[in-house]
Design a protein around this ligand. Sequence first.
Ligand code: SAM
Length: 292
Amino acid sequence: MRGAAGGGMTLPPLREVIARHGLSASRALGQNFLLDEQLLDRIAAIPGNLKDLAVLEIGPGPGGLTRALLRAGARVTAVEMDRRCLPALAELADAFPGRLRVIEGDAMAIDPATLFVEPYAVVANLPYNVGTALFTGWLSGERWPPQWRSLTLMFQQEVAERIVAPSGSGAYGRLAVLAQWRARPRLAMKVHRSAFTPPPKVMSAIVHVIPGEMPQGVSPRVLERVTEAAFGQRRKMLRQSLKGLPGALEALGRLGIDPQRRAETLSVAEFVNVARELSDTAERRTPLARSE
Ligand code: SAM
């Protein structure tokens, strides 16, 4: 590698790394690479100061975001399932001795708890289907606050907007409630499709999420069942969409929520209140909050 090192020496341009290792973008693996180092540095700055912090990067590919994270001082664990990328990542590991651990594998099949003892930040530019599946997994965990301290994830802009959507908007739905009931998501940066090689069909956006307070006495599974039923028939009134959920209509009555309302008019706090009413008393006695 030409003049590559972590201590301020220049790394070879990403285009050269890609060409030298024959990393033609695979559509099957959702590969759209970011090559603009200034943009990558701005993305790596979104989680805040990363100096000496553990970072989990999913899908490093040729390592553009990885090198930006390393430059920011992070200790990076990168999970990549495309073996072709491993030699390029090994060069990066040589350039930042002891700072980059590369794990070959499918992120969907790896439990991050097996990779870290300490808290970690997640940063990833992932294929959208994988990103959404991992995102819902990270937000659905029993343990709260979770071991991750922040999530910085690239999504299709339309999905990012659904994550941060306020109640009453067309984008508001299950994903918004899941992302907002005990976490704080924000749309951190829009990324134009032309920033990627090759460019995807749609615009992208980066969402940054930090854990928030876990409301007491609410079972995450019950909340999921409520939002699934309510938004499963989002055009219907709650008295119709929730009627298959035992106790739900009575809970609306106790909470003074008009059953003629539709799901998208309920605030996140109202969904939480409905779920609390339905969460069983055993879980209420031992709230899931702060379980370590
Ligand atoms: N991080 C690089 C960048 O920003 O240029 C690459 C981003 S590319 C959109 C997505 C990367 O995720 C690819 O390198 C792909 O091989 C990898 N990938 C796709 N599915 C994966 C999975 N299930 N587990 C781990 N890596 C995956």
